[in-house]
Design a protein around this ligand. Sequence first.
Ligand code: IPM
Ligand code: MG
Length: 368
Amino acid sequence: MTKHLLLLPGDGIGPEVMAEVERLIAWFNVHGGTKFETDRDVVGGASYDKHGTPVTEAAMKKALEADAVLFGAVGGPKYASAPYDKRPEAALLRLRKDLGLFANLRPALCFDALKESSTLKPEIVAGLDIMIVRELTGGVYFGEPRGITNLPNGERRGVDTQVYDTHEIHRIARVAFELARLRKGKVASAEKHNVMTSGLLWKEEVTKLHAAEYKDVELTHILADNCAMQLVRNPKQFDVIVTDNLFGDILSDEAAQLTGSIGMLPSASLGARDSNGKQRALYEPIHGSAPDIAGQDKANPIAAILSFAMCLRYSFAMKKEADLVERAVSGVLDQGIRTGDIMQPGKRQVGTKDMGSAVLAALDTIQR
Ligand code: IPM
Ligand code: MG
């Protein structure tokens, strides 16, 4: 069975971290049963520079046809003043929308070797393992009307619309409940029902679905601002957090930092399974393009590597192989090998390529 992967390295450190993922794919092509075939294309600023658009129709077609998309990062200061539809980020939003990737899974897992590198006390983060389930194709990111208009009084008005329909809430809550069943059985649903009607609908619909189908899962409702506070106060109270697109964007960055570095965290964006069993999916590190360190062999490739592990787990049901990659990463950290973002006194600092090599060496060792 050959799996077709589309690689979209993008901008900044995207190509560097993707290069390490490609070495990992090559390793599995030699050592595993499943074969991976890769295609690649430009996206984001790289695409804009080459084609005048952040994502071409040809790249979109490849993404729709691939078994999974591996995404690097997009964006950079050069594009900061471009109109929204030409910005690198527009590529990511279009991919999410056109591929129907409504469920964004963002695990925040603190590796034991890194508990000292969090800005929080080690006892607060040691053993942390939470999963943020972020709605990804709705809410204020896509709601209409939106835009800037000129008012008769000479002022300007900016409008974005937060909007959710029942089915959007049900399908994302379902993902959260199903995941919780495989974990510690707890879901916290975060919204702002105290001020937002879309939040009230969210709370009511999650409650209904829970009562009808998921009574075995423990459900709590939490206001999104309180959730932000609880994440730094006592993050281990959470198992799965389900929330909307905007709150999920914010809470997942916050959760990432608990684990020591945003350079460590992967993500999966999943669509619905179609009648042929095919589920569209895109995997990306949650860090951005980090233009300040791009091209200097400084970036941490672990988030991209762990994103490939999520791809093995969720797109191809290759649990054994996904576990293997995660154990290899954990082993490398236990050996004291660190990129700059997670460097600690007494450890050995390496660059992007050497970190990639260390993970491959650890895979060889475990495999033997
Ligand atoms: C993320 C990013 C994106 C978002 C940007 C790049 C559009 O912050 O994936 O969290 O806001 O969703
Ligand atoms: Mg974000």
